[in-house]
Write a protein that binds this ligand. Sequence first.
Ligand code: CA
Length: 524
Amino acid sequence: MSDSPLPLTIRMHADDNVAIVANDGGLAAGSVLADGLQLRDRVPQGHKVALVDIAAGAPVRRYGITIGSALQPIVAGSWVHERLLEMPAARGLEGLPMATVNPAALPPLEGHTFEGYRNADGSVGTRNILALTQTVQCVAGVTAFAVQRIKAELLPRYPSVDDVVALEHGYGCGVAIDAPGAEVPIRTLRNISLNPNFGGELMVVSLGCEKLQPERLLPLGSIALVDQRGASQARPEVLDVIRLQDDAHVGFMAMVEAIVRQAEPHLQRLNARRRVTVPASELVVGVQCGGSDAFSGVTANPAVGFCTDLLVRAGASVMFSETTEVRDGIAQLTSRASTPEVALAMVREMAWYDAYLQRGGADRSANTTPGNKAGGLSNIVEKAMGSIVKSGTAPITGVLSPGEKLKAKGLTYAATPASDFICGTLQLAAGMNLHVFTTGRGTPYGLAAVPVIKVATRSELARRWHDLMDINAGRIADGTASIEDVGWELFRFMLDVASGRKKTWAEHWKLHNALVLFNPAPVT
Ligand code: CA
C-alpha cells in the first residue's frame, strides 16, 4: 500500500514470472517481498521484478502472455527493465479466431438516466455549444477574433448556451484532396460539425479559393438535417456560409461583423433548448488512454473496462480505439467479435494500419514513449495488454474506419491512431458526447466540444494533480477500493457530468487541446 512501508507487488496472472512494484517511490535493493524474495536492485514504482530466475531467451510473462524474451539471464529479484527484453514480432493477421468466444449478452442495466439536449436527428447532446465550422486553416485567425466578440457581446444574452467554439484545423488547402486517404480528414471535419453537442446548428466560415469548398465539406443532400421544430422555425435549405473573399466584405471588420451577425440566429435557437431526461443509452462514450504507465492496466483501465460493461448493459454506445495499442491483442478482439463480419472488419482496419506504418518506415514499436518506459512499460506488447482492458468484456458489435460516424449502439472498435489529440478528434467525429481518458504519467488533456473525464492510475498522481484528475483509480492498487467500486463511481460521475450537474476539471479550467485531423494522404 502506498502509505505503508510494506513492500507491495502486483502480479496480474498466475503464469506471470514478473510482478510490478506498487509502492510510491519504488523499492530499495534488499527489500524483502511478502513471499521472502529479496530485491537485488532498486526497482522504481510500476517497474517489473523477476519472481524467478529467467534464462536467456526465455519468455517474460505479464498478463499471462509473453511480453518479450530475456536478452540475458535474469536472476530472481532483479529489476526487469526494457533493455533486458526483446519484443516479440507482431502476430500475423491470418488464421485469427473469428467470433469464436461468443460471449453471452450482458444482463441489461435499467433505470439510469441523465439530462441531455435531444437533437432533431435523434442524437443527444451533453452540452449546448455553437460551433463555427471552418473549411480551411486560412480563416482561423478571423474566426477566432469573431468568436471573442461573440463571447463578449452575444453569449451573455443567451445563458443556456454553454460555449462558442471555432473548429480550427490545419486542413483545407495545400492538400492532395482527391488522393486515396483524403476522404478521412474530410469526413472527420464533416462529422465533427454534426457532433451531438452542437445541436445541428451548422455555420461555416470559408475563405473562398480553398480546395475544400463548403459544398464538398457539407453536401446538404447527404446530411440528415431533419428539422422537427415546425414551419415557423424552418431552417433555410442552404448552408449558412460566410465567405471572407466575397465582395461584400470591405475590410477585416466587415468579415468579423458578418460572422457575429450570422451567429445570432443560431444562438437564439440553441438558447431555446432545454435539457430533458433521457436514458443512459443515449451516452456515446469514447475511451482513451494517454501518458500510460504500468498501473494503467492494473487500476484505471480495468475500472474503465468495468464501466464500459455497465454502459453496454445500459444500452449505450462505447468506442475504444488506438489501433497500435490494441494491435498485439488482435486475437482477443477478433475472438470477441459478435459476428465473423465484425472480426473481418477489425482485421481490415489493422491491416490498413500495418501498411500505413510500413509506408512510413515504422511499425508498432514506434508507439511507446520515454514516459511510458519510465512508468515501467517495456514495450508496446505490455502497453497493449493494459490498454485493451478499457474495452471490458462485452461482445464487440461494430467497427468504424477513421472519421466515420457511429451507426449503432453497443461496443465498437473505432479505428484511430493512438495519438491523444487525433484519437479524440476522430471519436468526436464518430459522435462522442462524453470522453473518458486514463493517465498514469499525467496529462492535462481536454477538449472544447465534449467533457473529458480524466482517471488517474495512481494515488500519487491523483494527489499531486488534485485539480486536474477527476477520478482516482490508484485506490485499487492501494487496496482501498475495488475495480467495481471505481467503475461504478465513474459510471455515476459520467451521468452527473453528462447532465451538466458536475463539470470535469478540464472544463473548469477550460483546457482545450487542438483538433488534429488524421490525414493519411499527401500534401502538395
Ligand atoms: Ca492515446
